[in-house]
Design a protein around this ligand. Structure first.
Ligand SMILES: NC(=O)c1ccc[n+]([C@@H]2O[C@H](COP(=O)([O-])OP(=O)(O)OC[C@H]3O[C@@H](n4cnc5c(N)ncnc54)[C@H](O)[C@@H]3O)[C@@H](O)[C@H]2O)c1
Length: 370
């Protein structure tokens, strides 16, 4: 198959759909890959790196779209890209269509077959193409907290790990899923005192075993959240209720009982956030202060480390991308996990939750493919 990788054009997006290493895998499997010039600049990959991996470099997105049967990207296509897509062309990328009716209409009009990273599933019912970004965000959350705790940024002036004879930071992680586990891992590694709260007892059991007693686990009730948040130096918001906005677990009134200069990192901000006082921020201006509590609420945390994020994303997308390159749309029909990723096919919305939230008609895959 002819596979194309355009340069990402969304503001401040530095990741790339295929790294040179991934290109090499596609080429080794017998596919032809074209890459837009400078597509890898954000991760330090030159056109020459791509050429050596076996890709052909093209000058414009227009040429890449025109010569490819499948487009592999990172972010949802922007308006100028909707018109470059065509019928029967496969688009494999993050889409997040539910809150984006204009993009949905653009993809429907193009006639393309759009498979969304965020709805591809795995054998355990997980979301394997979202997980790597949660791993990155979870680990980054502790780095962000460490920076915000510094006195000159308004924090308590506390070193996360303390030193011998001095108490380390007390870090409370609400939500012990992928983000929470990776945040806890970093925090434990730095020597912090870590507590994880979750609503799932079985998850708390797993975490208890995983960390071999190095973290405290607590069932997440209103009482437990209050007690832990009031005593914390850092609170990481890492909850997810699938298909719903993040639950508001910490109200504004609670901030006055928190320590001055303590830090909230609301990773769940992309789902609305789990603190009443959270509002999305950017890497350029990541924090703000409410009642003496520093808030870090960057909605696209993995964007800060595009090299790590692109590699982690490529590791996860590679087997699915190779299956699509080998079998085309048949791979979607044959593989239930790719099938779960299909959002748009030949002018129809094939993902029920997306269609419902947009108030547009839903078509089962068989109907759309007929
Ligand atoms: N800001 C960013 O850049 C960024 C990047 C990646 C992920 N995220 C977001 O981080 C959040 C967490 O993602 P994840 O991959 O870890 O999800 P996950 O499904 O792996 O984990 C979520 C956990 O929250 C727990 N939970 C649900 N309700 C709870 C409650 N009331 N109290 C305590 N725990 C509760 C669940 O039991 C689960 O263990 C999501 O909102 C995700 O979109 C943000």
């Amino acid at each position: 198959m002819n596979v194309g990788v355009p340069k990402e054009i969304k503001t401040h997006e530095y990741r790339v759909g295929l790294t040179p290493g991934a290109v090499r895998e596609y080429v080794a499997a017998g596919h032809k890959v074209v890459v837009e010039t400078n597509a890898g600049a954000g991760i330090g990959a030159t056109d020459e790196n791509y050429r050596r991996a076996g890709a052909t470099i093209l000058d414009s997105a227009h040429e890449v779209f025109a010569s490819s049967e499948m487009i592999v990207k990172v972010k949802e296509p922007q308006p100028s890209e909707w018109t470059l897509l065509r019928e029967n062309q496969i688009l494999f990328t993050y889409l997040h269509l539910a809150p984006d009716p204009e993009q949905a209409k653009g993809l429907i009009k193009s006639g393309c077959t759009a498979i969304a990273y965020e709805t591809v599933t795995d054998v355990r019912g997980g979301l394997p193409l979202l997980a790597p970004m949660s791993e990155v965000a979870g680990r980054l959350a502790i780095e962000a907290a460490g920076a915000a705790l510094k006195r000159y940024t308004g924090g308590r002036g506390l070193l996360i790990g303390g030193v011998p004879g001095v108490q380390p930071a007390r870090i409370v992680v609400i939500g012990g899923g992928v983000v929470g586990t990776h945040a806890a891992r970093m925090a434990v590694g730095l020597g912090a005192e870590v507590t994880i709260l979750d609503r799932s007892i079985s998850r708390l059991r797993e975490l208890d075993e995983l960390f071999e007693g190095r973290v405290r686990t607590r069932f997440s009730t209103i009482d437990a959240v209050e007690e832990e948040v009031f005593a914390a130096d850092v609170v990481i918001g890492a909850v997810l209720v699938p298909g719903a906005s993040a639950p508001r677990l910490v109200g504004r009134g609670m901030l006055t009982s928190m320590r001055k200069g303590s830090v909230i990192v609301d990773v769940a901000i992309d789902q609305g956030g789990c603190f009443e006082t959270s509002r999305p921020t950017t890497h350029a201006d990541p924090t703000y202060d409410v009642d003496g509590v520093i808030h870090y609420c960057v909605a696209n945390m993995p964007g800060a480390v595009p090299l790590t994020s692109s590699q982690a994303l490529n590791n996860a997308t590679l087997p699915f991308g190779l299956a699509l390159a080998k079998r085309g749309f048949s791979a979607v029909l044959e593989n239930p996990h790719l099938r779960a990723g299909l959002n748009v096919h030949r002018g129809r919305l094939t993902y029920r939750a997306v269609a419902e939230s947009l108030g547009l008609p839903f078509s089962p895959i068989e109907q759309a493919a007929a």
